[in-house]
Design a protein around this ligand. Structure first.
Ligand SMILES: CC(C)(COP(=O)(O)OP(=O)(O)OC[C@H]1O[C@@H](n2cnc3c(N)ncnc32)[C@H](O)[C@@H]1OP(=O)(O)O)[C@@H](O)C(=O)NCCC(=O)NCCS
Ligand SMILES: [Zn+2]
Length: 255
Protein backbone atom coordinates (compact mmCIF):
# COMPACT_ATOMS: atom_id res chain seq x y z
CA UNK A 1 0.00 0.00 0.00
CA UNK A 2 1.35 3.44 -0.88
CA UNK A 3 1.16 5.79 2.10
CA UNK A 4 -0.46 9.13 1.46
CA UNK A 5 2.10 11.89 1.59
CA UNK A 6 2.28 14.42 4.41
CA UNK A 7 1.90 17.99 3.20
CA UNK A 8 4.42 20.41 4.68
CA UNK A 9 4.27 24.13 4.02
CA UNK A 10 7.25 26.41 4.59
CA UNK A 11 7.07 30.19 4.68
CA UNK A 12 10.03 32.53 4.61
CA UNK A 13 9.95 36.08 5.86
CA UNK A 14 12.38 38.81 6.86
CA UNK A 15 12.68 40.76 10.10
CA UNK A 16 12.49 43.90 7.92
CA UNK A 17 8.77 43.08 7.64
CA UNK A 18 8.37 43.93 11.33
CA UNK A 19 5.71 46.52 11.99
CA UNK A 20 4.01 47.69 15.21
CA UNK A 21 0.68 46.45 13.76
CA UNK A 22 1.99 42.86 13.90
CA UNK A 23 2.05 43.01 17.70
CA UNK A 24 -1.74 43.11 17.67
CA UNK A 25 -1.71 39.57 16.31
CA UNK A 26 0.29 38.26 19.29
CA UNK A 27 -1.07 37.24 22.68
CA UNK A 28 -0.15 38.84 26.00
CA UNK A 29 2.68 36.39 26.78
CA UNK A 30 4.23 36.90 23.33
CA UNK A 31 3.99 40.68 23.63
CA UNK A 32 5.63 40.51 27.06
CA UNK A 33 8.46 38.38 25.70
CA UNK A 34 8.83 40.72 22.71
CA UNK A 35 9.17 43.64 25.12
CA UNK A 36 11.94 41.90 27.07
CA UNK A 37 14.38 41.60 24.15
CA UNK A 38 17.18 44.15 24.51
CA UNK A 39 18.11 44.32 20.82
CA UNK A 40 15.79 45.64 18.09
CA UNK A 41 16.96 42.88 15.73
CA UNK A 42 15.78 40.20 18.19
CA UNK A 43 12.45 41.97 18.70
CA UNK A 44 11.89 42.19 14.92
CA UNK A 45 12.73 38.52 14.30
CA UNK A 46 10.41 37.49 17.13
CA UNK A 47 7.48 39.71 16.04
CA UNK A 48 7.70 38.57 12.41
CA UNK A 49 8.06 34.89 13.32
CA UNK A 50 5.14 34.84 15.71
CA UNK A 51 2.83 36.98 13.56
CA UNK A 52 3.63 34.77 10.56
CA UNK A 53 3.03 31.60 12.61
CA UNK A 54 -0.38 32.90 13.71
CA UNK A 55 -1.38 33.95 10.20
CA UNK A 56 -0.51 30.61 8.62
CA UNK A 57 -2.11 28.61 11.46
CA UNK A 58 -5.25 30.75 11.25
CA UNK A 59 -5.45 30.21 7.50
CA UNK A 60 -5.04 26.44 7.92
CA UNK A 61 -7.50 26.24 10.83
CA UNK A 62 -10.07 28.61 9.33
CA UNK A 63 -10.03 31.02 12.27
CA UNK A 64 -8.67 34.48 13.08
CA UNK A 65 -4.95 34.90 13.97
CA UNK A 66 -5.74 36.04 17.51
CA UNK A 67 -7.94 32.97 18.07
CA UNK A 68 -4.89 30.73 17.61
CA UNK A 69 -3.19 29.68 20.81
CA UNK A 70 -0.06 27.65 21.57
CA UNK A 71 1.08 25.74 24.56
CA UNK A 72 4.84 25.56 25.09
CA UNK A 73 6.13 22.13 25.89
CA UNK A 74 9.63 21.43 27.28
CA UNK A 75 10.42 17.77 28.04
CA UNK A 76 13.25 18.83 30.38
CA UNK A 77 11.12 20.86 32.79
CA UNK A 78 7.64 22.35 32.97
CA UNK A 79 8.10 24.82 30.11
CA UNK A 80 4.72 26.48 30.56
CA UNK A 81 5.19 27.18 34.24
CA UNK A 82 8.76 28.52 34.06
CA UNK A 83 9.16 32.24 34.64
CA UNK A 84 10.16 32.56 30.94
CA UNK A 85 7.85 30.07 29.14
CA UNK A 86 9.74 28.05 26.54
CA UNK A 87 9.77 24.86 24.51
CA UNK A 88 8.09 23.39 21.45
CA UNK A 89 5.10 25.47 20.38
CA UNK A 90 2.01 23.26 20.12
CA UNK A 91 -0.99 24.80 18.41
CA UNK A 92 -4.15 24.63 20.52
CA UNK A 93 -7.76 25.80 20.30
CA UNK A 94 -9.07 25.89 16.72
CA UNK A 95 -5.53 25.09 15.44
CA UNK A 96 -5.16 21.89 17.53
CA UNK A 97 -3.90 18.99 15.40
CA UNK A 98 -1.64 21.22 13.32
CA UNK A 99 2.11 20.99 13.90
CA UNK A 100 4.35 24.03 13.76
CA UNK A 101 8.00 24.97 13.91
CA UNK A 102 9.62 28.40 14.02
CA UNK A 103 13.20 29.47 13.31
CA UNK A 104 14.95 32.81 13.00
CA UNK A 105 18.55 33.74 12.32
CA UNK A 106 20.09 36.91 10.91
CA UNK A 107 17.79 38.21 8.17
CA UNK A 108 15.73 35.03 7.89
CA UNK A 109 12.52 33.89 9.54
CA UNK A 110 11.04 30.47 8.73
CA UNK A 111 7.78 28.85 9.75
CA UNK A 112 6.90 25.25 8.85
CA UNK A 113 3.46 23.68 9.18
CA UNK A 114 2.13 20.14 8.85
CA UNK A 115 -0.98 18.33 9.98
CA UNK A 116 -0.45 15.33 12.23
CA UNK A 117 3.29 14.76 11.73
CA UNK A 118 5.75 16.58 14.03
CA UNK A 119 7.88 19.11 12.14
CA UNK A 120 11.10 20.97 12.84
CA UNK A 121 12.69 23.74 10.80
CA UNK A 122 16.02 25.42 11.44
CA UNK A 123 17.90 28.19 9.67
CA UNK A 124 21.43 29.24 10.61
CA UNK A 125 23.36 32.24 9.41
CA UNK A 126 26.81 31.03 8.36
CA UNK A 127 29.17 32.98 10.54
CA UNK A 128 32.85 33.05 9.68
CA UNK A 129 33.45 34.40 13.18
CA UNK A 130 32.03 31.34 14.85
CA UNK A 131 34.63 29.14 16.47
CA UNK A 132 33.67 26.10 14.42
CA UNK A 133 36.28 23.87 16.07
CA UNK A 134 35.12 24.81 19.57
CA UNK A 135 31.44 24.40 18.73
CA UNK A 136 32.10 21.11 16.93
CA UNK A 137 32.74 19.50 20.36
CA UNK A 138 29.22 20.40 21.42
CA UNK A 139 27.41 19.76 18.13
CA UNK A 140 29.14 16.91 16.29
CA UNK A 141 29.63 13.19 16.92
CA UNK A 142 33.27 11.94 16.64
CA UNK A 143 32.91 10.64 13.04
CA UNK A 144 31.37 13.98 12.00
CA UNK A 145 34.29 15.89 13.53
CA UNK A 146 36.68 13.70 11.56
CA UNK A 147 34.76 14.34 8.32
CA UNK A 148 34.81 18.09 8.98
CA UNK A 149 38.53 18.15 9.80
CA UNK A 150 39.28 16.74 6.33
CA UNK A 151 37.69 19.78 4.60
CA UNK A 152 39.30 23.13 3.70
CA UNK A 153 38.24 25.92 6.13
CA UNK A 154 35.57 27.56 3.96
CA UNK A 155 33.90 24.23 3.08
CA UNK A 156 34.17 23.17 6.71
CA UNK A 157 32.25 26.27 7.87
CA UNK A 158 29.39 25.49 5.46
CA UNK A 159 29.40 21.79 6.31
CA UNK A 160 29.36 22.60 10.02
CA UNK A 161 26.29 24.81 9.62
CA UNK A 162 24.62 22.06 7.55
CA UNK A 163 25.15 19.60 10.39
CA UNK A 164 23.90 22.13 12.90
CA UNK A 165 20.73 23.11 11.02
CA UNK A 166 19.88 19.47 10.27
CA UNK A 167 20.35 18.37 13.88
CA UNK A 168 18.38 21.30 15.27
CA UNK A 169 15.54 20.64 12.81
CA UNK A 170 15.40 17.03 14.04
CA UNK A 171 15.53 17.96 17.73
CA UNK A 172 12.86 20.61 17.21
CA UNK A 173 10.65 18.04 15.48
CA UNK A 174 11.06 15.67 18.46
CA UNK A 175 10.50 18.62 20.81
CA UNK A 176 13.74 17.99 22.69
CA UNK A 177 15.62 21.10 21.58
CA UNK A 178 19.39 21.29 21.93
CA UNK A 179 19.19 19.97 25.50
CA UNK A 180 18.20 16.71 23.82
CA UNK A 181 21.90 16.45 22.86
CA UNK A 182 23.10 17.44 19.41
CA UNK A 183 25.87 14.82 19.56
CA UNK A 184 23.20 12.13 20.01
CA UNK A 185 22.24 12.49 16.33
CA UNK A 186 24.57 11.40 13.51
CA UNK A 187 24.09 12.72 10.00
CA UNK A 188 25.49 11.56 6.64
CA UNK A 189 28.87 13.16 5.73
CA UNK A 190 29.27 16.42 3.77
CA UNK A 191 28.68 15.95 0.05
CA UNK A 192 26.07 13.21 0.58
CA UNK A 193 22.30 13.75 0.70
CA UNK A 194 21.12 14.54 4.24
CA UNK A 195 20.24 11.35 6.08
CA UNK A 196 20.08 10.39 9.73
CA UNK A 197 22.55 7.56 10.43
CA UNK A 198 21.71 7.19 14.12
CA UNK A 199 19.66 9.04 16.71
CA UNK A 200 19.97 8.04 20.36
CA UNK A 201 18.31 10.84 22.39
CA UNK A 202 15.42 9.82 24.68
CA UNK A 203 12.79 11.34 22.35
CA UNK A 204 14.21 9.87 19.14
CA UNK A 205 11.69 8.17 16.84
CA UNK A 206 12.58 5.01 14.87
CA UNK A 207 14.69 6.06 11.86
CA UNK A 208 12.09 4.84 9.38
CA UNK A 209 9.84 7.60 10.73
CA UNK A 210 12.32 10.42 9.99
CA UNK A 211 12.30 12.57 6.85
CA UNK A 212 15.13 15.10 6.62
CA UNK A 213 15.91 17.53 3.83
CA UNK A 214 17.79 20.78 3.28
CA UNK A 215 16.00 24.03 2.42
CA UNK A 216 17.44 26.79 0.26
CA UNK A 217 17.72 29.87 2.47
CA UNK A 218 19.94 31.82 0.09
CA UNK A 219 23.62 32.77 0.25
CA UNK A 220 25.15 32.90 3.72
CA UNK A 221 22.49 30.68 5.30
CA UNK A 222 21.94 26.95 5.78
CA UNK A 223 18.52 25.52 6.58
CA UNK A 224 16.91 22.13 7.12
CA UNK A 225 13.49 20.61 7.57
CA UNK A 226 12.61 17.45 9.51
CA UNK A 227 9.23 15.71 9.52
CA UNK A 228 8.63 12.67 11.74
CA UNK A 229 6.66 10.32 9.55
CA UNK A 230 7.19 7.15 7.54
CA UNK A 231 5.16 8.65 4.68
CA UNK A 232 6.67 10.66 1.83
CA UNK A 233 6.66 14.42 2.50
CA UNK A 234 5.44 16.93 -0.09
CA UNK A 235 6.99 20.31 0.70
CA UNK A 236 5.56 23.57 -0.62
CA UNK A 237 7.82 26.59 -0.13
CA UNK A 238 6.01 29.92 -0.21
CA UNK A 239 8.07 32.71 -1.71
CA UNK A 240 5.77 35.45 -0.45
CA UNK A 241 4.61 35.50 3.13
CA UNK A 242 1.14 36.66 4.17
CA UNK A 243 2.81 39.53 6.05
CA UNK A 244 2.99 43.06 4.63
CA UNK A 245 5.96 43.59 2.29
CA UNK A 246 9.38 44.39 3.70
CA UNK A 247 10.29 48.00 4.49
CA UNK A 248 12.92 49.45 2.19
CA UNK A 249 16.22 49.37 4.12
CA UNK A 250 16.35 52.30 6.53
CA UNK A 251 13.09 53.74 5.18
CA UNK A 252 9.54 54.09 6.38
CA UNK A 253 6.99 51.29 5.88
CA UNK A 254 5.33 51.38 2.43
CA UNK A 255 1.88 53.04 2.32
C1 LIG B 1 15.17 26.61 20.83
C2 LIG B 1 16.23 25.76 20.14
C3 LIG B 1 15.64 24.37 19.91
C4 LIG B 1 16.61 26.30 18.76
O1 LIG B 1 17.24 27.48 18.88
P1 LIG B 1 17.95 28.41 17.83
O2 LIG B 1 18.46 27.72 16.64
O3 LIG B 1 18.87 29.19 18.65
O4 LIG B 1 16.76 29.36 17.42
P2 LIG B 1 15.65 29.23 16.32
O5 LIG B 1 15.26 30.60 16.01
O6 LIG B 1 16.03 28.34 15.21
O7 LIG B 1 14.45 28.50 17.08
C5 LIG B 1 13.75 29.14 18.08
C6 LIG B 1 12.33 28.59 18.12
O8 LIG B 1 12.34 27.20 18.39
C7 LIG B 1 11.12 26.89 19.06
N1 LIG B 1 11.48 26.01 20.16
C8 LIG B 1 11.96 26.31 21.38
N2 LIG B 1 12.18 25.18 22.08
C9 LIG B 1 11.81 24.15 21.30
C10 LIG B 1 11.78 22.74 21.46
N3 LIG B 1 12.19 22.16 22.59
N4 LIG B 1 11.34 21.99 20.42
C11 LIG B 1 10.91 22.55 19.29
N5 LIG B 1 10.92 23.89 19.05
C12 LIG B 1 11.37 24.66 20.07
C13 LIG B 1 10.47 28.18 19.51
O9 LIG B 1 9.34 28.39 18.68
C14 LIG B 1 11.53 29.21 19.22
O10 LIG B 1 10.99 30.40 18.72
P3 LIG B 1 10.74 31.66 19.65
O11 LIG B 1 11.97 31.83 20.47
O12 LIG B 1 10.50 32.78 18.69
O13 LIG B 1 9.54 31.35 20.46
C15 LIG B 1 17.44 25.68 21.05
O14 LIG B 1 18.02 26.94 21.21
C16 LIG B 1 17.19 25.13 22.43
O15 LIG B 1 16.82 24.00 22.60
N6 LIG B 1 17.47 25.92 23.43
C17 LIG B 1 17.37 25.52 24.81
C18 LIG B 1 16.11 25.97 25.40
C19 LIG B 1 16.30 26.28 26.85
O16 LIG B 1 16.93 27.22 27.24
N7 LIG B 1 15.70 25.47 27.69
C20 LIG B 1 15.72 25.78 29.06
C21 LIG B 1 16.17 24.66 29.86
S1 LIG B 1 14.99 23.39 30.07
ZN1 LIG C 1 12.83 23.59 29.95
Amino acid sequence: MIEESVECEVWWASPTQSDPALLELLDGAERARHGRFQRAADRDRYAVAHALARLVLAEAAGCGPTEVSFTLDCPHCDGEKEREPHGKPRPAGPAAGLELSISHSGDRVAVALTRGAPVGVDVEEVSERRDVEGLAEMVLAPAERTALAALPAERAALAFHDYWARKEALLKASGEGIYGGLTGVSISPPGEPPRVLSWSTPGAPPLDRVRLQDLDAGPGYRAALAVLTSAPVAVTVHGASPLPAARPAGGAPPH
